[in-house]
Each structure stands twice: as structure tokens, then as C-alpha cells.
Write a protein that binds this ligand. Structure first.
Ligand code: HXC
Length: 283
């Protein structure tokens, strides 16, 4: 899909890049020539991820940082920019989530997720934006949100829904405000892309998974490669005029709210056609 050097002059930080979708994006960016920084809380995970990423033969470094800690994030940006010489892109991918009835949430549980998702994205974006603006450099920010960040919210994941909605608002607010500085800010809203982190927390039983797949019109989960390709496109010079956009990639799952969509699940398509034919009014 891309030329091998599509991201050749880029240095990109992916928060939570030690595993899951963050790591898949890191692999794609490195494959396309970008230098890669990943950060997270677990040294072992980051070390192993960086080792794997080095097969693409670009510069790869990892940093221990909890995105909730503004000062620690600032120190990381300082070190990172010293070590790489520059930073051109940021992917706010680090997230937290768990299933809970909202009446049973503790304030600490709500805060933990909103801190990671919303404050974490703000902390990184604020440091990165200031670095770009103060040094008169152009740059790219990509926020990973969810399909329930807009319109619907979602039951049982209230802190995540609130945090991600905030990140989406931040995406659009900054896209306008920072366009003047040549900084693009976009978002991707992924539907279901299996990762260990999300799946162990959000799909405790096979029964959940089966129900979930049933509501995806494409009839399957997303492949990491599909999301990584979209991220690479948005982070590249192939999309210089796209900013403030949130691209949904979910096999049509978000559309399941369509008023008559439920009919699809009632009977086979053949039976449906026959039923509709019978219903057709004769003149
Ligand atoms: C209720 C919970 C809980 C649970 C933690 N808490 N897990 N409450 N149900 N399952 C509460 C704790 O009681 C505590 O509240 C507070 O949350 C903080 O918990 P800690 O374990 O001390 O926090 P911490 O170690 O910082 O962990 C943060 C975390 C954790 C968010 C709770 O799950 C985490 O680190 N997650 C990161 C990875 C992750 O979640 N990945 C999935 C993202 S998927 P009190 O009140 O006792 O202090 C995603 C995509 C969505 O976002 C779309 C999918 C289709």
C-alpha cells in the first residue's frame, strides 16, 4: 500500500507502544522508515517490543513513563528529543478500561481511566505541541479514540466513554487552533481489534465475543494491519490537508443503531426478500 520510505524522515512517539495496537502501529511506522519511540509503565514489555521493532533497522528507543504524570512526561520528551534530535509525530494510544456498572464505580476507578485516557493525552500533546511551536517545526498528532466517543457513549465503560469523548473534543479544538503552526491533529476510532489488554478486561467470556461479532456487519474483527495502515496514512505526508478528522474503522459496527437494521437478524436474506415481496402493495 505504501512506498518503503513513506515515513523516512519521521520520528514518532507512540504511548502505550509496548503492546497491542500501539505496537502494531509502531511496527508499521518503522517498516515505512520512521524512527520509533515507545513509552509505557512496564520495562520488560517495552524492552522486548523495542528489540522486535529493531528488525526494521530504524532507530528505536523506549521510555518508562506514566502518561498521567505531567512532569515525568515532560522529562521523557526532553530526553527523547535529545536522543533522537527531533520528534515529528505523536500517537496518543495509551488507554485504560474495564467493565463496571456505573453505580458501583469508585471515584478512584473513574479517575484512573480518565487520567490515563484524557489527562495522559493532554499531557503528551501539551509537551509535544510546545516543543513544535517553540522550535517552529511542523508535526502530527494522532489520537486513538473509540466508536463510542461520539454520539452514543457506552454502558458499562463510563470512564472510558467520558475520557475518549474528551480526547475527541481535544482533537478538533487543537486541529483548528494549531493549524496555524502547521500541526495536524486527527483521530482514529477503532471498532473491535483484538488485543490482550482490551480483551481480558472487556470480554471475560466467549459468550460476550459471540454477541459482539454478531453486531459487526463485516462479520469479523479488524486486523491490526488494517488499523496500522490507516494510522500510517494519517501520519504521513500523503494526508497534508486532513486535520480535525476522526476516521472510524469498525467493519460498520457503529451503524448497528440504524432503526430497521435489526430486521437483518430475524431471518435469512432469502426469507427477507420473500417477506418484502409479499408486503409490496399491488396497485
Ligand atoms: C472496578 C476497578 C477495576 C475493575 C481497577 N479498578 N480495576 N474498578 N472494576 N475491573 C479501580 C481500583 O479499585 C482503583 O480504585 C482504581 O481503579 C485504580 O486501580 P489500580 O489498579 O490501582 O490502578 P492502575 O494500576 O493505575 O490501573 C489502571 C487501570 C488498569 C485502568 C485500572 O486496568 C490499567 O492499567 N489498564 C491499562 C491497560 C488497559 O486497560 N487496556 C485496555 C484499553 S482498551 P480505588 O477507588 O480503589 O482507588 C480500550 C479500547 C476500548 O480502551 C474499545 C474496545 C472495543
Amino acid at each position: 500500500m505504501f512506498k518503503e520510505n513513506t515515513l523516512e524522515n519521521e520520528t514518532i512517539l507512540i504511548t502505550g507502544g509496548g503492546s497491542g495496537l500501539g505496537l502494531s502501529m509502531a511496527h508499521k511506522f518503522a517498516e515505512l522508515g520512521a524512527d520509533i519511540a515507545i513509552c509505557g509503565r512496564t520495562e520488560k514489555k517495552l524492552e522486548k517490543a523495542a528489540e522486535d521493532l529493531r528488525k526494521h533497522e530504524t532507530n528505536v528507543r523506549w521510555y518508562i513513563a506514566d502518561v498521567r504524570d505531567y512532569e515525568a512526561v515532560g522529562e521523557m520528551f526532553g530526553r527523547l528529543i535529545d536522543e533522537f534530535g527531533s520528534l515529528t509525530g505523536l500517537v496518543n494510544n495509551a488507554a485504560g478500561n474495564f467493565l463496571s456498572t456505573s453505580e458501583d464505580l469508585s471515584p478512584g476507578g473513574f479517575k484512573a481511566v480518565v487520567d490515563i485516557v484524557l489527562y495522559g493525552s493532554f499531557n503528551c500533546t501539551h509537551h509535544f505541541g510546545n516543543y513544535l511551536i517553540n522550535n517552529n517545526k511542523k508535526g502530527n498528532i494522532l489520537n486513538i479514540v473509540t466508536t463510542y466517543a461520539e454520539d452514543t457513549g457506552s454502558a458499562f465503560v463510563l470512564p472510558s466513554a467520558c475520557g475518549k469523548a474528551g480526547v475527541l473534543a481535544m482533537t478538533r479544538s487543537l486541529a483548528f487552533e494549531w493549524a496555524e503552526y502547521n500541526i495536524r491533529v486527527n483521530a482514529i476510532a477503532p471498532g473491535p481489534f483484538p488485543t490482550e489488554g482490551a480483551w481480558t478486561r472487556l470480554f471475560p467470556a466467549k459468550k460476550f465475543e459471540k454477541k459482539f461479532i454478531e453486531k459487526i456487519p463485516a462479520g469479523r474483527y479488524g486486523e491490526h494491519e488494517e488499523l496500522a495502515n490507516l494510522a500510517a496514512f494519517l501520519m504521513s505526508d500523503m494526508a497534508p490537508y486532513i486535520t480535525g478528522e476522526c476516521v472510524t474503522i469498525d467493519g460498520g459496527e457503529k451503524l448497528s443503531a440504524g432503526q430497521f437494521n435489526f430486521i437483518d437478524g430475524l431471518m435469512s436474506r432469502k426469507k427477507l426478500k420473500a417477506a418484502f415481496k409479499l408486503m409490496k402493495l399491488k396497485k
